[in-house]
Design a protein around this ligand. Structure first.
Ligand SMILES: [Fe+2]
Length: 349
């Protein structure tokens, strides 16, 4: 017998169903929120502001719990998910707001982890269980947890591309001056044999970007455009970052905006790769994990870092052909923002 909670849970699960004609028939998205880095052990007061914002879709951009583990039973990750279930705001959002999720290192199970993590299959099982992936979910049939959706009617479609930056990723090159500014943990590695996404996910992404959609939000748990720091970022493998730009350009996809997390600090970024329109990136981190003393010289950043709890928003004004990207604080106040026109992202007016 269904009680109200299980019904709401079923509805939430339905929102996670694979792309279908139903998703295309849905009303256009105009209010999307996202966030990352939510430590289940610490208070999470920001959910009140996120719920009050009334997003039509919320994207969990990784480090959705902190559950690093070292044994096959994954007991710490299981406990982390169980604790997240008991956080009222977190739970209310999952039960009442359409949402999508990717993981980052701490819900994958190992700090800065990559493809060589021996327990990744267990972590994936727990991820799909917590996020209520249905039995026929396509992610059960392939490696990793990458996925995508297209939501909205023709002419007002938003594609959400959820990348998996963990399952396939080659080892990073450790810093030769650990802790030094700009080389805190890692240095760029131009080794052409190394991969961020792995060949199968790369081929999938190239195909996804050729599907018809107007706005495309590419969710990468780790930062794409950020320069000037030696933590995890696509710049750790500069050839792979170039491949991402090339893949976007060669697909002809317009309207791409990047969303990321992981850093424990929020910021907006913009860079214009050769032959491409300006790419904007919103890094929202963390929902409650914040590195107050973060420093990062730039150069691709728009404005100052925002080193306090935050969530990101993407507001699409379809009639005015504008997109607002912003970071909001735990009271819901806008702290950083940028407004861009469809035209700027290559979209015909
Ligand atoms: Fe992370």
């Amino acid at each position: 017998m269904f009680n109200r909670r299980t019904l709401a849970q079923l509805m939430a699960a339905a929102a996670l169903a694979p792309v279908s004609a139903g998703a295309e028939g849905r009303p256009p998205l105009s209010r999307i929120a996202f966030g990352s880095c939510a430590d289940q052990v610490k208070p999470q007061p920001i959910w009140d502001a996120i719920l009050a914002y009334k997003p039509e879709l919320f994207i969990f951009a990784g480090d959705n719990v902190y559950g690093d583990f070292h044994t096959e039973d994954a007991s710490h990750l299981k406990r982390a998910y169980a604790m997240a279930e008991d956080i009222a705001g977190y739970s209310k959002l999952r039960n009442t707001v359409d949402h999508l999720a990717v993981w980052d290192d701490h819900d994958y199970g190992i700090n800065d982890g990559g493809g060589d993590f021996p327990h990744k299959a267990v972590a994936k099982e727990l991820f799909l269980k917590f996020w209520k992936a249905p039995a026929n979910d396509i992610r059960r049939t392939r490696e990793g947890i990458y996925d995508s959706r297209i939501i909205g009617p023709p002419g007002m479609r938003v594609q959400i591309v959820l990348l998996d930056l963990r399952w396939f990723r080659s080892p990073l090159k450790a810093s030769d001056q650990r802790g030094a500014p700009g080389k805190e943990r890692y240095v760029p590695d131009p080794d052409p044999a190394k991969t961020m996404l792995g060949p199968v996910q790369w081929a999938w992404l190239a195909g996804e970007l050729r599907k018809p959609a107007e706005i495309r939000l590419i969710v990468s748990s780790t930062q794409v455009l950020a320069e000037g720091h030696g933590w995890e970022r696509w710049g750790n493998m500069p050839l792979e970052r170039q491949k991402l730009y090339d893949t976007i350009r060669d697909s002809g996809a317009k309207g791409v905006v990047l969303l990321s997390g992981d850093r424990h600090v929020g910021a907006l970024y913009r860079e214009t790769p050769p032959g491409l329109y300006p790419l904007y990136e919103v890094t929202s981190s963390g929902l409650n994990m914040v590195f107050w003393a973060a420093k990062e010289p730039g150069p691709n950043r728009l404005g100052a870092l925002y080193p306090a709890a935050n969530f990101g928003v993407v507001e699409i004004d379809w009639p005015q052909h504008k997109i607002m990207l912003a970071l909001r604080d735990k009271e819901g106040n806008t702290r950083r923002s940028a407004v861009l026109s469809f035209d700027e992202l290559g979209l015909a007016q």
